[in-house]
Write a protein that binds this ligand. Structure first.
Ligand SMILES: [Zn+2]
Length: 163
């Protein structure tokens, strides 16, 4: 995702079993273990491993990123006047309540053929940034709605790793 020059050996490689001091921090993201900062040597290894991931997993990760960055996020108000940031995914809804580091999200599933939504429980996600909450909400929604068992399991792992 990005490379940071620390100017000296001030970082630590987070790849499992490495832990070496590093100067160039490569920020990586992987569906199985989330965000990690690794050194120049270990980044090669991760890239090799990434290539072995099934196209499905990569497509799923791309979908998350696309949804978070390309959706039309709007400001809304609930019937009781509570503000939220919302987005729709196919016919379903995502709502994010609260403020920086004190967010909560909620997903609502549209009933097929009817103009009615099933609102799921509000999930508190303290300490998360807005972008992280958007990712979590999307993963939660997709995890509930996908019919693909493999994708469901993958989304569950991903959710746990960044929650
Ligand atoms: Zn390393």
């Amino acid at each position: 995702m990005s490379i940071d020059d620390l100017g000296g050996l001030d970082g630590t490689c987070e790849r499992e079993g490495c832990g070496k001091e590093i100067r160039y921090e490569h920020l990586t993201y992987h569906p199985d273990w989330g965000y990690k900062k690794v050194g120049s040597t270990c980044i090669e290894h991760l890239t090799q491993k990434d290539k072995k991931l099934s196209g499905k997993v990569l497509a799923c990760y791309r979908n998350i990123s696309n949804f978070v960055h390309s959706s039309d996020w709007y400001q809304g108000k609930t019937q009781k006047g509570k503000s939220y940031i919302g987005a729709t995914h196919s016919y379903d809804l995502i709502r994010i309540y609260g403020e920086e580091r004190r967010y909560a999200f909620q997903v609502a599933l549209k009933e097929k053929g009817r103009n009615y939504y099933h609102y799921k429980d509000i999930v508190r996600v303290p300490g998360k940034t807005l972008e992280e909450v958007k990712e979590l909400a999307y993963i939660a929604l997709k995890g509930v709605t996908t019919k693909d068992i493999e994708e469901k399991a993958m989304l569950r792992n991903l959710y746990k790793s960044i929650r």
